[in-house]
Write a protein that binds this ligand. Structure first.
Ligand SMILES: NC(=O)c1ccc[n+]([C@@H]2O[C@H](COP(=O)([O-])OP(=O)(O)OC[C@H]3O[C@@H](n4cnc5c(N)ncnc54)[C@H](O)[C@@H]3O)[C@@H](O)[C@H]2O)c1
Length: 321
């Protein structure tokens, strides 16, 4: 049986990925320090005999961590490296932790992969493009990031993570591929982490003002989490993507104003939309060019935006109940 290590597996995306991998008959080791993730995200998989949870920091010597958890490191065939706080609220509160997790933590994952000959998928981000001057963003675009800005711990942390992932591929022969994930949403996002969809949903359910930053004409493209997990698994499975980098995201671009209106109408709330100053380094436009992943693995997003929003609203309601 293929044994898969998922770092950051107790987080929003990681917990969905662990479920999909177990359903596909994999043995899954989830390693997470629960800094932004929650053990309760794993409630549905805990009882599965093929599932192991290790509470640990990815910056540690992972061979030792696995042995301490009674896992033979040589059993690991695949590593999805998702560990990293990812919410804007954390960029201000935990900048060093984020920068170090993506640099030292990524190196530690790559060292393990080199030692046990495992294939790696590194979860990078559209934030490597910063505030893009090219639209939509292809993988060949090198980005427009302020290395000293308030978001730099994350943007530059991920850029460095990509750098050492490439170095380990070129110089140490690690079969590592990188995906640049664009805004993803779905059940289990934390309501309080500053990301726009759970924030708007919570405000609308509470009948509070929906707080739009800037004039709301800035755009994002949102991908539903099940579509992302399908892409991650297919990119990992493809034999010839070592050393490659692929965008994963939705190409349906929406303004923040229209997102606020859609959530207002789906929740049928009295909330008003209010406008507030735009934070530093907030990108104006975001949409991936996904031609490379379409050609490489034939992937397309499947879940309609309103359907995904309905499922997310339902899960936020269920959590509150
Ligand atoms: N959600 C998105 O829209 C999005 C977009 C682009 C990239 N990503 C990337 O996908 C990955 C998962 O994001 P998410 O949205 O699920 O965030 P999340 O915060 O829900 O999950 C991240 C997980 O990593 C864990 N973690 C953080 N630092 C760690 C460390 N040092 N050691 C061990 N575990 C650690 C956290 O506890 C958490 O469970 C991240 O790498 C993120 O950068 C997410």
């Amino acid at each position: 049986m293929t044994t898969v290590l998922v770092t950051g597996g107790a987080g929003f995306i990681g917990s969905h990925l662990c479920e999909r991998l177990l359903e596909a008959g994999r043995s899954v080791i989830c390693l997470d320090n629960c800094s932004s993730g929650r053990e309760r995200n794993l409630d549905d998989v805990r009882a599965d005999e093929a599932f192991t949870f290790l509470r640990a920091d990815v910056r540690n010597d992972l061979t030792a961590v696995l042995r301490d958890g009674s896992v033979d490191p040589d059993d690991i065939d695949r590593i999805y490296h998702l560990a990293s706080r990812a919410s804007p609220a954390d960029f201000e509160d935990h900048p060093l932790d984020i920068a170090r997790t993506n640099s030292e933590g990524t190196q530690s994952v790559l060292e393990l992969a080199a030692t046990v000959d495992a294939r790696v998928l590194y979860a990078s981000t559209s934030e490597v493009y910063g505030d893009p001057e090219v639209h939509p963003q292809p993988e060949s675009y090198n980005g427009n990031v302020d290395p000293r800005g308030t978001r730099a711990c994350y943007d530059e942390g991920k850029r460095f993570g990509e750098t050492i992932t490439s170095v380990y591929h070129r110089q140490h022969g690690v079969d590592a591929r990188t995906v640049r994930i664009f805004n993803t949403y779905g059940p289990r996002m934390r309501a309080d982490d500053g990301r726009v969809i759970p924030t708007f949903i919570t405000q609308a359910l509470d009948g509070e003002d929906i707080t739009v930053y800037g004039d709301g004409t800035q755009t994002r493209s949102f991908l539903y989490v099940s579509d992302l997990c399908r892409a991650l698994r297919a990119v990992m499975a493809a034999p010839d993507l070592g050393g490659d980098v692929l965008n994963v995201g939705s190409t349906r671009e929406v303004t923040i104003n229209s997102l606020a209106e859609t959530i207002r109408s789906l929740i049928d709330t009295d909330s008003e939309v209010t406008y507030h100053p735009l934070p530093d380094d907030d990108p104006q436009q975001r949409r991936p060019d996904i031609s490379r992943i379409q050609v490489a693995i034939g992937w397309e997003p499947d879940v309609a935006f309103e359907d995904g929003l309905r499922r997310t609203i339902q899960s936020v309601r269920a959590q509150r109940d």
